[in-house]
Design a protein. Sequence first.
Length: 737
Amino acid sequence: MAERFVFSSYEKEEIAELYTRLKNNIGASLQPDDEAKIRTHMKKTIDENLIHRNVFGLNPILFGLQTALIVVEEIGLRRDAVLAIMLHPSVEDGFLTIDDVRQQFGESVARILHGLQRIAELYKKNPVVESENFRNLLLSFAEDMRVILIMIANRVNLMRQIKDSNDDNARRKVAEEAAYLYAPLAHKLGLYKLKSELEDLSLKYLEHDAYYHIKEKLNATKEVRDAYIKSFIEPVSQKLTQIGLHFHIKGRTKSIHSIWQKMKKQKCGFEGIYDLFAIRIILDSPIELEKMQCWQVYSIVTDMYQPNPKRLRDWLSVPKSNGYESLHITVLGPEKKWVEVQIRTERMDEIAERGVAAHWRYKGVKSETGLDDWLNNIRNILETSDDMQVMDQFKMDLYEDEVFVFTPKGDLFKFPKGATVLDFAYHIHSKIGNTCTGARINNKVVTFREPLHSGDQVEIMTSSTQKPKHDWLNIVQTSRAKAKIRLALKETQVKEGLFAKEMIERKFKNRKIELEESVMTRLIKKLRFKEVSDFYKQIAEGELDVNTVIEKYLELKEKDQNIIGDNVAKSAEGFSLQQGADKTNEKHNDDVLVIDRNLKGIDFQLARCCQPIYGDEVFGFVTAGGGIKIHRCDCPNAPELRKRFGYRIVRAKWSGKGSSQYSITLRVVGNDDIGIVNNLTSIISREEKLTLRSISIDSNDGLFSGNLVVMLDDTSRLEALIKKLKAVKGVKNVTRL
């Protein structure tokens, strides 16, 4: 039998006192039988021994009342939130269902509890709470804004109560979550008082020595600080009283956490922090005179003390996104010390301290960003009401176009609505995506087509035999996944192309046929292939027979007598000089070379060392066999040829207009970014009269280098292509080899 739960005398007294305070605060919002129902429920849980202390040994009923009081007095919530807080332990332990709550206390209380339960389920997945995505997922799961406010109050109360706990690990985890998750949420909502308390207590538990070092220093300098504040305030107070303003002034010491952050940022000791406090002037002003009177105070203060214009912060004209309004100035006070002065009204001060709750009566400024817009629109919804009844209809739709998904380790990723398991796999790593066969979502096996939903825990399944398919592009939703699939398909195509090319070359060699690239290029075009890669793909897949290709190649080579360079160097003997260029003949062969001004019609070879094309500055070199090879003037071998065999050099130039295609190799170097190969090849494929023959890419340490072999007409097309390739994002250099 379970040990009987025992209330200490202190707990009984505290519960009675807190119950009375709560009743006095929210009595008007309670329904006639609320108090009787909640008393009956609490009595039942005690009588049946259904309650138990948490890991820190805290009494759940006392803890609930403490949290409820923070929610009421610090934030301003009423009946529904308080009832939800008191009933939540029973719902969490399964002694009470949400349907029971709905029947007894209404839909609004049930909705808050439903939100609290959904978030409790998220925590069971061991999330990484430091993630901004988890903060957003938390908000999307809350449904009702009061859920977030209750969670902040709950964490503030927990941080207050665990100061004497012996469980250091549990306390450290609570403090880390307070710093990473709850303090930023409180800041978003403008709950600065609660935010500062969370930060200070987190520092106390996480960095004990730093916290007490600063606290002791603050205590030691308190008298001097108070005396200085008094000397600063007195003349200002007298002047404001003379002109008839209603106000009060107070000195506010910076929080221990903010002092510690400054010490770390500035890399200095406590003594190096000079702005330990700020003077706050709070006006009792009618709302229509607020701005005028604040600027009036500004004028008086800056007349008395020299201001620093670079430190003026005007949140009167344009309030912060969370509704914060104030005028901050820094002035040179007595003893030549810089002092921050904050000027605001009672209304603005209430907003600064109580955040969202204070906006029930005041209209704020709408924010531009999505999250802040949602949080701040609450005050537009509530501005005509002093209670939370309007909130009953409030639903959050900020994240309706996004889903947040967990990995098994608790990491959280954000995806657009409609994203699938395959998107998730590619988000993890390209290799995981390429071999993905499905997943386990919340321990249930699904296909990689399965859509993701917020809160899903996804574990990817892979197979070494799996390969990306073209139809995967229709399954994924994210551009990142699409780019990775296209890259994988391209790489597969290149591998298949290399395999097919090697197979063709081997067949040609076996049949002792010399393979000429120019003839093969013409054949591929004649076979109606738009891309060379498509030709090799069909070879690799067996759709096109290699023997058929060889037969067609031989037919084309026999018929085609006009292609430049037949790889046989013919003798220059037998050619005679002509006294004038026959322009009618030039029209028949646009690629005629005019050698030594008037000699034309000679068969020649294009040197492989520099691969000249139409438009290059060229020269002829008479070979030992009597034939002529054409080199570019900037050929790497040109200086040596001129030096040793100057007598065999023949001046040369292109005649007519280029119409044949030439093979060019381009060297490309750049950043190894996703999709860069696709970007390069797509530029080439869009160009008319330009064919990509092959591509080879090597990647190392974030950089890639590769060779592109293309067929084109002349230097003007080459220059235009190089210019376009250089313009591709990530490309560092393009050079012709």
